[in-house]
Design a binder for this molecule. Structure first.
Ligand code: CTP
Ligand code: MG
Length: 223
């Protein structure tokens, strides 16, 4: 199989978490949040190189803390897609796997499920089923129930054929609002996206409650 590098985006601020340090550097289980997924990728044999994307002011600190033969550190941008772009520019592998540092519980089996998609797709992502009843609303009044059997929860890691990314980033720069992921951009340029089985435990830490749940999971040995 052709080589795949990992890009871990960790340059967000964590506005919804309500923290004063960037979210990826907030402690979880006694180490920075980003260290959890970084260790999983370092231990994953098929990935030779990891690009860690951190806020510009924390590059030196990240180099000191996370330096490893496999790990390069670059500065992120104001929007997630700009951080992904900066990370991808530091890779010369034919494939890149993009992962949110905010998802500490990624596992080797989730990465396995994504990497096999290289056989059939130029773009793929991990996802989990929607289990709640989903309804539209206006103000405090409910609208229609949405058919959840046609929906998935999109997660990371996500996989891309590197040669297609420059066109995606060119497009992103022209959009009125920033894309939430690169799968959206791939679809806009006509590339089909495959769906690989994710793991509900690989949820994204967004709020204070998510961080509390993650601490509880670690205490229970769920990693
Ligand atoms: N991210 C990034 N660069 C940005 C914005 C986000 O690298 N300019 C990364 C975050 O560090 C995170 C992932 O993208 O690992 C998913 O983003 P999100 O959960 O939204 O994190 P934040 O943007 O930090 O949080 P918030 O939106 O609450 O500010
Ligand atoms: Mg964000």
């Amino acid at each position: 199989m052709e080589q795949c590098d990992a890009v871990i985006v960790a340059a967000g601020s964590g506005t919804r978490l309500g923290v004063t340090i960037p979210k990826a550097f907030v402690p979880l289980g006694g180490k920075p949040l980003l260290a959890h997924s970084l260790e999983t990728f370092i231990a994953y044999p098929e990935i030779d190189r990891i690009v860690l994307v951190v806020p510009a002011g924390l590059v030196d600190r990240a180099v000191d803390t996370f330096a490893d033969d496999k790990v390069a550190v670059v500065a992120g941008g104001a929007e997630r897609w700009e951080s992904v772009r900066n990370g991808c520019l530091a890779s010369d592998a034919p494939w890149v796997l993009v992962h949110d540092a905010a998802r500490p519980f990624v596992t080797a089996s989730v990465i396995d499920a994504l990497l096999v998609m290289r056989n059939r797709f130029d773009c793929a992502f991990t996802a989990t089923p929607v289990v709640d009843t989903i309804r539209t609303f206006t103000g405090d009044t409910a609208g229609k129930t949405v058919d959840r059997s046609k929906l998935v929860r999109v997660g990371t890691p996500q996989l891309f054929r590197s040669s297609l990314l420059p066109k995606c980033f060119d497009l992103a720069a022209t959009l009125p609002s920033p894309p939430t992921d690169e799968v959206f951009l791939m679809q806009q340029i006509g590339i089909p996206a495959g769906i690989a089985r994710g793991d509900p435990k690989n949820f994204k830490i967004t709020t204070k409650e998510d961080l509390e749940i993650a601490e509880g999971m670690l205490r229970l040995g769920m990693k």
